[in-house]
Design a protein around this ligand. Sequence first.
Ligand code: ZN
Ligand code: ZN
Length: 606
Amino acid sequence: MNTQRFLLKSGTIPLLLVLGLIPHALAHEAGFSEAQSHGLISLNVPATFIVPAWFLAQSGAQTQKTHLSQRPTLPDTLPQKPESNFQKPKTAAVFERFSPKVAVRWDAHFLYVETNGLPSHNMMEGITNWQQQVPLPQKYTAGNAWRIPLHPQPAAKPVSIKGRFLRGAVALAVNGIPIFNPQNNRGEISADIGELDQWGGHCGRADDYHYHSAPLHLQSTAGPGHPIAYALDGYPMFGLTEPTGQQPTELDSFNGHESPELGYHYHASPKYPYVNGGFHGVVVEKEGQVDPQPRAQPVREALKGLRGAKIISFESTGKNTYKLGYELNAEKRAVLYSTNTDDTVTFEFQNGRDGTTRETYTAKPGNGGARENTPPPPGPQARQNGPDGQPPAPPRPTNQYDSNAPAHGGSLLAALPRSADFILRSSDVQIGGELPTEYTGDGAGSTLPLQWTGAPTGTKSYALVMHHVDPEGKTKWYWILYNIPPTVQSLAKNSRNIGILGSSFRGHIGYEPPHSKGPGAKTYVLTLFAISRPLEITLPAVKVDFDTVMTAMKGSILAAADLSVVHTRTGNGVEDPPPPRPRPQKEPKLGSPPVPAPPPPPNVAR
Ligand SMILES: [Zn+2]
Ligand SMILES: [Zn+2]
């Protein structure tokens, strides 16, 4: 991605160093976005070459897993659906109510739903826990369309979405907007923490708009008695009542039940799980999400939460031009942006007393947004100087490791060279799966057995970091192991004598098993780094923290691989005991980022 910075203030330099040093987190709960996945379909569609959607759909588009080489220009209106050789499924009519924002086509197996990812209702207003993302059009078209199975099959073992499927969509609303897990990637219930607008949606890390709760407001357009969504297993989701107007009875744990008229179907609910609480039908789970599903394409790095901001308005101020207004510290601020015909996106950040800046982003071929060696993302946090050489505003409470932080994620990979071949797995927990008790503070606190494959040639050592980003955006680390020899390809449970241990965020040497008493599911990410040299760390183990090891690896990371696991405790609401007091600021190392002041008490509801 090219980032053309029209304005680069000197106050951004410390942040540049931070970003250059610390790999950013991945995009929205789903990778670059919640929708990001390694297994997603995208098609090679040059902007000047129009491939009819029906051709792609019926020529085995599912098997074409090439990279998007150029962002095709998004049409203002979606193409008309072609004639199909297959009988029109009745599911099609449900989505067609939202035409022309939504276009459908089908084959014998699937209904394909194409949209630009923007609903006809307003968005964003009412969000009080905002990650600074804004709604940008997406290309959910052609081979990147949503698909709904037309003949859902009951699964032999239906799976809950609690603590699982935390990336990507679990359902598709009938207006073509994806519905994500009611839990965000950190395992929090989005609806409970101010992340959602009054329509139940917000934007992910690819600036992709999606819901995290049931879009009950669609019922009037969908028509009484019609579904408001389809789960990605193909079963329909009705509103709060049956088509007869009666209350649904005998719902299973997924909010579903069987009726003679409708067969198996889900219902929305006004509280958790809001939507289908699991999949009654068969779905393929891959990398923590239903696979395949469309990919949202980011044009810029994901941003971090802007503490205290409240979105007060959102409007289209012209063709492809938008204005998002928010309040921060009693000051009115705004983000104005437009999507341009040359496929760039221009932003103007009106940051009140911090001045106004402009940025233009261009998505580059096959890219998920900015990478290392690019300037930091736009946003108020990137500019710390006043507009006229005034003294810098006081530093915001940022987390230095997550200055780009996870909207919903926590991966350390974003800015790193990635190899699709480099894979980290555990024989005892699946990707995005629940961490067995044995590996937590409730059990023996054993270390996970791990296996990896596909390290790049030239790997001279590995380093392992397990971390979690708490709801206030603080990074906590649970396991640091470095200088694992390049010949090693696995760690046994409770592995000893391989590599060198660092300390946990609590200051204990070795593995700190997750022992959160906070309610809900939390995501912990194990990241394995393939490094081109052994690390030269001379500090005693107790001093080797997250910062130390990330700094030591700087410039030598060849690739990294993630394994996310989930730990759920149904505690009594007592949060983790506070971590040790922040260390006094160290002598700055070469290239070391400034250590920010400890954040003020959280104002984010849990
Ligand atoms: Zn989300
Ligand atoms: Zn029902």
